[in-house]
Design a protein. Structure first.
Length: 320
């Protein structure tokens, strides 16, 4: 008994506890204290406090590699005005440390709770000090759902893709709220998987927030493991080049020996949104060539049977 208590005490002594606040904005319909899969035209704002218990460590590999013991509280809703005020306050505090707000847009088959948990884990593991905001759009909660004759195994994905397409206006309103609360140059937008399609389409068309970013660019726009059409696969296809000077500079200053060549070739690709359908197909072919050129410069082989080798263009809406 005494031995067991000593072991328990030793384990407890090596454990750290932290509470992190993750902000959220969603166009999901509320169900009780949480949110479901139906879409609403209005937005809900709030935050979730998550408590973490983990063994103390300073090694980055340990921080990112081990499982977290997480206990999340219930969502706390706030008004739009309070959201803006508190994001602004948190952004000013973070700005003194060189950090700023991050807006995270999740991907396919992600529930509200899972989206908030993803955001909380990213911020906690990365020791991120700025306000972390999750935009949760009405995706399915799983990768499969009740089939229908036209989509026996892909209905969930098709539904989510359609829902992402109609959630673009909601995302633009979220971004407007964030850049109203904090300088746009301090804001990073991170889109994962199908969230990249949502963000790309939302920002590619003409809108007030797109125009505002020309005068006050974002700090960065990041597509992580993007599930997006080929014609949205570069930052320049989503926002004007002058709206992303930092991302542009990082690309050219990177260690990738093919970055300069790819950037120069990319200048020949027509810019969205003024090009027509034929130009989009030509852009898709040019973008595929840019990727293959980078692979060759890195000493990699271009996969056999690619569109480039067959002399074909990418179909409209194809993904890399």
């Amino acid at each position: 008994m005494t031995f067991a208590l000593l072991i328990a005490a030793a384990l407890h002594a090596d454990t750290t506890t932290a509470k992190d606040t993750t902000w959220f904005v969603t166009n999901r319909a509320p169900i009780g204290t949480a949110f479901g899969g139906a879409r609403r035209d209005t937005l809900e704002y709030g935050y979730v406090v998550t408590q973490y218990a983990e063994h103390a460590t300073t090694a980055p590999a340990d921080r990112w590699g081990h499982a977290l013991k997480r206990t999340a509280g219930a969502p706390v809703r706030v008004s739009r005005e309070e959201f803006r005020a508190r994001i602004g306050e948190a952004a000013r505090t973070a700005g003194a440390r060189g950090e700023g707000p991050v807006v995270y847009v999740h991907g396919f088959a992600t529930s509200f709770g899972r989206a908030v948990a993803q955001g909380a884990d990213i911020a906690h593991r990365g020791r991120f000090g700025g306000p972390f905001i999750v935009f949760s759009w009405p995706a399915h909660v799983a990768i499969a759902t009740m089939p229908r004759p036209s989509a026996l195994v892909t209905r969930a994905y098709r539904d989510d893709s359609a829902m992402a397409a109609v959630s673009g206006d909601a995302f633009r309103r979220v971004l407007e709220d964030v850049v109203a609360a904090a300088p746009a140059r301090s804001v990073t937008v991170v889109a994962h998987s199908l969230g990249s399609q949502l963000v790309g389409e939302a920002l590619a068309g003409q809108s007030a927030v797109r125009e505002s970013l020309v005068d006050a660019p974002l700090r960065a726009l990041v597509f992580f493991a993007p599930d997006a059409p080929a014609v949205r696969f570069r930052a320049e296809d989503v926002l004007p080049e002058e709206a992303l000077p930092v991302a542009r500079d990082l690309e050219l200053a990177g260690e990738d020996p093919g970055a300069q060549a790819r950037a120069e070739r990319a200048e020949d690709v027509p810019a969205h949104p003024d090009r027509g359908r034929d130009e989009e197909e030509e852009a898709g072919e040019a973008l595929e060539g840019v990727v293959h050129e980078g692979q060759r410069e890195a000493g990699e082989e271009v996969p056999a049977g690619t569109d480039e080798e067959r002399g074909e263009t990418l179909p409209e809406g194809a993904c890399f």
